[in-house]
Design a protein around this ligand. Structure first.
Ligand code: 13P
Length: 287
């Protein structure tokens, strides 16, 4: 059931658990995540970056595929189709294309411009029944070619953006996209605590969820994180399972070269990863 992320995140914040955002890249990814969320009776958010949208030939294609698949598989758990790190133009395109949720990432603008653009998009998203995520303090690491240094958001700026009526707020707390470097200092719980104290009931979003130790994730959830984004870990397990299949020569046995067989181990690996994350985030049986 495709819905906005508003209700599922309010429930998560009140219930002290988090909903996973898993990024999708193609049909296999989408199917694996939807089936696992249904099996676990968990709400779920499908994240689509601007790059992934382009790869899948456009946001319209993505919305059509996800909506049709949700229906064909008879998915009953709440599913939000969410633009990840959207530009101002991308956010508008997704509203038209049939997404149920958007993120406008204005973190690279000066705060005044971030406020102005977020304000406009909050109204547009809500007029169309979508939820909206905003960001304060760039998340470090690489996300579709955008590289930023690890950053901690200013809690007062977080409050300003939260008060614009967004439904969820991403704030840098030392988290980084992609694989964490050896010398990573960990999450700044001090910053997170200060942000939560200023923003109250606002569901907070933890980006760069891959590779953060489980105990840190759990602690972040106790401090108000209600949505955790995971992308890289699904990519890594998909690649490893596919590599194993090919290195074992299975693509050369019988019709092992059939893409439906070739991509199956990777798809199963994504399912196992998503299942483990749903257990960790505490959203199983919360649908
Ligand atoms: P990772 O790729 O580090 O899991 O980050 C995902 C993310 O935050 C998407 O916005």
């Amino acid at each position: 059931m495709i819905v906005s992320a508003t209700e599922m995140l309010k429930k998560a914040k009140a219930g002290h658990y988090a909903v996973g955002q898993f990024n999708i890249n193609n049909l296999e990814w989408t199917k694996a995540i939807l089936l696992t969320a249904e099996e676990m009776k968990s709400p779920v958010i499908l994240g689509v970056s601007e790059g992934a949208g382009k790869y899948m030939t456009g946001f319209k294609t993505v919305a059509a595929m996800v909506r049709a698949m949700d229906e064909s598989l008879g998915i009953t758990v709440p599913v939000a189709l969410h633009l990840d790190h959207g530009t101002y133009e991308g956010a508008k395109t997704c509203i038209e294309a049939g997404f149920s949720s958007i993120m406008f990432d204005g973190s690279h603008y000066e705060i005044e411009e971030n406020v102005a653009k977020t304000t406009e998009l909050v109204k547009l998203a809500h007029d169309h029944g979508l939820s909206i995520e905003a960001e304060v303090g760039a998340i470090g690491g690489e996300e579709d070619g955008v590289i930023g240094a690890g950053e901690c958001a200013d809690p007062d700026e977080c409050k300003r953006i939260a008060d614009l009526g967004v439904d969820m707020l991403a704030a840098g707390i030392g988290n980084i996209h992609g694989i964490y470097p050896e010398n990573w200092e960990g999450l700044s719980f001090e910053t997170l605590d200060a942000i939560q104290q200023k923003t109250g009931e606002m569901p907070l979003v933890l980006h760069g969820g891959s590779g953060i130790p489980n105990e840190m994730i759990k602690k972040a959830i106790t401090l108000g994180v209600s949505k955790v984004n995971v992308n890289t870990e699904c990519q890594l397990v998909f690649a490893a399972a596919t590599r194993e299949y090919i290195e074992a020569g299975k693509d050369k046995q019988g019709k092992g070269y059939d893409p439906r067989k070739l991509l199956a181990p990777g798809t199963e690996a994504i399912k196992a990863e998503v299942k483990a994350k749903i257990e960790l985030f505490g959203s199983a049986n919360k649908a």
